[in-house]
Design a binder for this molecule. Structure first.
Ligand code: PLP
Length: 396
């Protein structure tokens, strides 16, 4: 059995999405901006796809949704345009993000810091959540932007974007949210709260890779970073990724249709799986379930390096994640665990299981059995783990 539990990294493309995209490679391959029938064949499908994306986030027609190449681009666009419009011009000098934003926000912010922008990296609380009051505490009259993600990719923690949006509106500060891990997992309605910019990425909700979007509220449109032709209303030049956009539209429609299922059945599967995992001695989950997206578990197994656990899982064809920057050869700790201030030996032990609407109970039962075996094996050879006497109750 092959088990894929790394859906916060990327998801399988929904077969209906794939079917919808297929004609746009070999048959309807026109450049939408050309003036002939091959181009015209793309116009209606593009329009329909854009309508589905607007509908999926309840964006009114007058607001803008600009297709990008990925969420990384959307996030960079927001920060860098704010820098160009507000910071470099001297109108403001400060942006606020959290310590647990995706690297596409954190790295962009660090870059802007080198260019003279003041950046505040907000802490999270013991549940892994950025509190709205913390945002209020750090806003000054020089703050141009607050960028706080909606749901965290590691823990699934849902951040209080409603309250943060209200605070930003009250203080006259622009608010961006990275909603990459929210779409398809919780209802997303840009009209239900104060938000100026919102980032999405199709491959996180069973769409294709290489296509994302940035929502911008009317009157809050950003300076383009890619100048060229007049595509996307001039906000982002470059020949349109027709198949990608069509795929993103279909994936959004499917995600909205499947939302109830994700929030009930998948949550139930996740909870049962988590209950069983937590029966293993010395295991810890940071964010309470009711404050998380329905598909995610970040769990620490004391005494076991995350990478060692991954190795054992991988040998049984189970794909999960440690959440750390695995590009490096060093064993790195999970960034959220670090931000919470977990003891060093725990920060290295986090494993992320992220489910999708394709995950089955059989897959989770199999994974549980493999995890239990791996825990026995790895703790048996661990120099840092000593089995505690019965009744011992470890604290995070
Ligand atoms: N933001 C969050 C919260 C993510 O989880 C990810 C992907 O892991 C990204 C942004 C980047 O997405 P993309 O791969 O589309 O650039």
């Amino acid at each position: 059995m092959k088990v894929y539990l790394d859906n916060n990294a990327t998801t399988i493309v929904d077969p209906y999405v794939f079917d919808e995209m297929e004609p746009f490679f070999v048959q309807k391959y026109g450049n939408p901006n050309s003036l002939h029938y091959v181009a015209s064949e793309t116009h209606v499908p593009l329009k329909n796809a854009m309508e589905k994306i607007y509908a999926g986030i309840h964006a009114p027609k007058e607001d803008s949704v600009v297709i990008t190449s990925c969420a990384t681009e959307s996030n960079n666009w927001v920060l860098k345009s704010i820098y160009l419009e507000y910071i470099i011009t001297g109108r403001k000098n400060h942006i606020i993000i959290s310590e647990v934003e995706h690297p596409s926000i954190i790295s962009a912010a660090r870059h802007l810091e080198k260019l003279g922008c003041k950046v505040t990296y907000l802490p999270i609380n013991h549940e892994g959540i950025v509190e709205a009051q913390t945002v209020r505490d750090y806003i000054t009259d020089k703050t141009a932007l607050v960028s706080i993600m909606w749901a965290n990719n590691e823990t699934g923690a849902i951040f209080p974007v409603q309250e943060i949006g209200d605070i930003c509106a009250e203080k006259g500060v622009l608010f961006h949210t990275d909603a990459v891990q929210a779409i398809g997992k919780i209802p997303v309605d840009v009209q239900s709260f104060n938000v100026d910019y919102l980032t999405m990425s199709a491959h996180k909700f069973h769409g294709p890779k290489g296509v994302g979007a940035l929502y911008m509220k009317k009157g809050k449109e950003l300076t383009p970073l890619l100048h060229g032709g007049s595509q996307m209303g001039g906000y982002r030049s470059g020949t349109l990724n027709v198949a990608g956009i069509v795929g993103m539209g279909k994936a959004m429609e499917q995600a909205v249709d499947a939302l109830d299922f994700e929030m009930s059945e998948i949550r139930e599967l996740r909870d049962e799986f988590e209950d069983e995992l937590l029966k293993i001695e010395d295991t810890f989950v940071v964010t309470p379930r009711e404050k998380r997206t329905s598909n995610t578990i970040l769990i620490s197994f004391r005494g076991i390096e995350g990478e060692s656990m991954l190795w054992d899982l991988n040998r049984s064809a189970i794909a999960a994640s440690t959440g750390s920057a695995c590009a490096s050869e060093d064993l790195e700790s999970n960034p959220v665990m670090e931000a919470i201030g977990a003891e060093a030996d725990l920060a290295h032990t986090a494993i992320r299981f992220s489910l999708s609407r394709y995950t089955t109970k059989e897959e989770l039962d199999f994974t549980l059995a493999v995890v239990k075996e791996a825990v026995e094996r790895l703790r048996g050879i661990s120099s840092s783990y000593a089995y505690a006497p019965e009744g011992h109750d470890s604290q995070l």
